[in-house]
Design a protein around this ligand. Structure first.
Ligand code: LMR
Length: 335
């Protein structure tokens, strides 16, 4: 829970920032604070910097974008509160982290073994379903601008994690998603929600035994240094929704908003075009580091994981919305 002093600090900072950021005189500089939790050298980190470059260029310097990576300003849960209070204007939280906002429709993306590849994913993010999910944020005071890709996840631990039984009793760090909790429970592991910024130390000190993440996040956080084993399982996906404080966005001069929309469209194309390559390079980095024994999942092993993980869809459909899950199946051609 957010404590009262922290809340007051945030609220004051928010009020000041809103006053500075809301458009007054035509030529006032508008500052956008873009906070995120990952390294600059990741698909999201690079996407944020691309948006900064284009936004400042297209608005001729009228908008200044300050990017704060690596949880420098706020950790996972705090950043959503900061956005709602107006202390920051832009975020790109992982789709697994919207549950606490009451927007658990995005947990659809956490269902294990749902997407076979990026084409499947695009059918949702670039289709009607993706747009509907973003627009549902508006009643929370948030405007969803775009989906940004990261990639498919690997499992890591300090013991081999090749077949489902290998997970029995392992303490596995997860993002704050009930679907991921159910996924780890299905594997017999003990899920532990933890902020991204705390994962490396928790693994190093044995607070948790393992985790799941994309190669890019694993490599840039040096998680491979403190995990002896990894399985390239592609069992689930991590991606982002780029979001802004709606009051701030709606209050922008129309021309500026149009320029920022253009910058966001191009930054999104850029981020989504580099994500796969970034993850491939990171996977190579993990393999070459030599600290982690990497296992590439076989077809037979995947079938075994599928059998254990697929029931999570039905178990969690009520939380996500049974209609939404059904519509996603239809779009993806799943029986
Ligand atoms: C995580 O917490 O593992 C990820 O959501 C971090 C991120 O933003 O990619």
């Amino acid at each position: 829970m957010i404590n009262r002093r922290y809340f007051t600090k945030l609220a004051c900072a928010g009020a000041l920032l809103m006053a500075a950021a809301l458009p007054g005189s035509a030529q006032e500089t508008i500052t956008i604070k873009f906070s995120h939790v990952v390294a600059p050298d990741t698909p999201k980190g690079k996407g944020a910097l691309k948006f900064k470059e284009l936004a400042e260029q297209y608005t001729d310097g009228r908008v200044v974008v300050e990017v704060y990576p690596n949880s420098q300003l706020y950790k996972d849960k705090e950043e959503l509160e900061a956005l709602q209070l107006g202390a920051v204007q832009m975020l790109a939280p992982s789709l697994a982290k919207f549950g606490p906002l009451g927007a658990q429709q995005f947990e659809l993306f956490d269902l294990p073994m749902l997407f076979r590849n990026r084409d499947d994913l695009r059918k949702i993010t670039e289709g009607e379903l993706g747009a509907t999910m973003l627009s549902a944020l508006e009643e929370k005071g948030i405007k969803g601008l775009a989906y940004w890709d990261n990639g498919f996840k690997i499992m890591t631990a300090n013991s081999p994690v090749i077949v489902p039984d290998d997970f029995l009793g392992l303490k596995m760090r997860i993002q704050s998603s009930k679907i991921l909790e159910a996924q780890m429970n299905a594997l017999g592991a003990v899920p532990q929600v933890m902020a991204f910024s705390e994962v490396y130390q928790a693994l190093q000190t044995g607070v948790v035994d393992g985790t799941e993440n994309t190669p890019s996040n694993t490599f840039t956080q040096n998680v491979h240094e403190v995990q002896s084993h990894a399985t390239v399982s592609n069992h689930g996906y991590i991606g982002y929704a780029v979001i802004v404080n709606k009051e701030f966005w709606d209050g922008l001069p129309e021309d500026v908003r149009g320029q920022l929309e253009q910058a966001m469209t191009e930054a999104s194309e850029f981020a989504n075009s580099i994500a796969e390559e970034e993850n491939k390079a990171a996977m190579e980095g993990i393999r070459n580091a030599g600290t982690t024994e990497v296992h590439d999942q076989t077809e037979e092993e995947r079938a075994e994981w599928f059998e254990v993980l697929r029931p999570v869809h039905e178990e969690m459909a009520d939380r996500i919305g049974p209609d939404l899950v059904q519509q996603a199946y239809e779009v993806l051609g799943i029986e």
